[in-house]
Design a protein around this ligand. Sequence first.
Ligand code: ADP
Length: 191
Amino acid sequence: MVNFLIFGPPGSGKGTQSVKLAQKFNLVHLSTGDMLRAEIAGGTELGKKMSSIMAKGELVPDEVVIEMIAAKIDSAKNTAGFLFDGFPRTVEQTKELEKMLGKRKMKIDMMLVLDVDHDELVKRLISRAELSGRPDDKDPSVIENRISVYRSKTEPIINYCQEKGLYQPVNGVGSIDDIFERLSDKIKHFA
Ligand code: ADP
């Protein structure tokens, strides 16, 4: 099993690329954002509690996403590995993920980081809002907050993974196909 983190600020294209990569390399794509939105759409108690946090662009509590991920890892079958998208988002979540994988004789094998500049991110999120209908894409102040939460809480994971030799930056500007090629080039050495 090989396990990849796909990383980058909101709007960097993690979700789009993850779907394509998971298909190409037979990986299970685990997006905590998608799982949380499914809870909201399903009208569950958890969804109701999380929706106001997400609408502000803040992070939901670590234990919520950790529990979701653990359940998904155990239910996956016949996979070459996992592609974690939007998780971990804090150093604490990263340590929990390492423990979770360790117990199952797995580890994080590589962290792919999509680099996209600030203005391009804002532009993409605003145009995505039209299609996605996501409330957190509609409001420019929420977009700015998500980017700043990424810089303060999520980006420190890059250092943490860099020290372990897992960090692989990828230029996230260009066509979807070009970026897919760049990411595939990194993954193919493993998968
Ligand atoms: P994006 O990265 O484009 O903002 P996501 O779909 O990954 O979108 O996440 C949407 C929202 O869901 C986040 O702003 C946050 O509120 C919540 N969320 C998703 N994943 C996590 C996580 N691992 N930890 C905490 N909150 C999360």
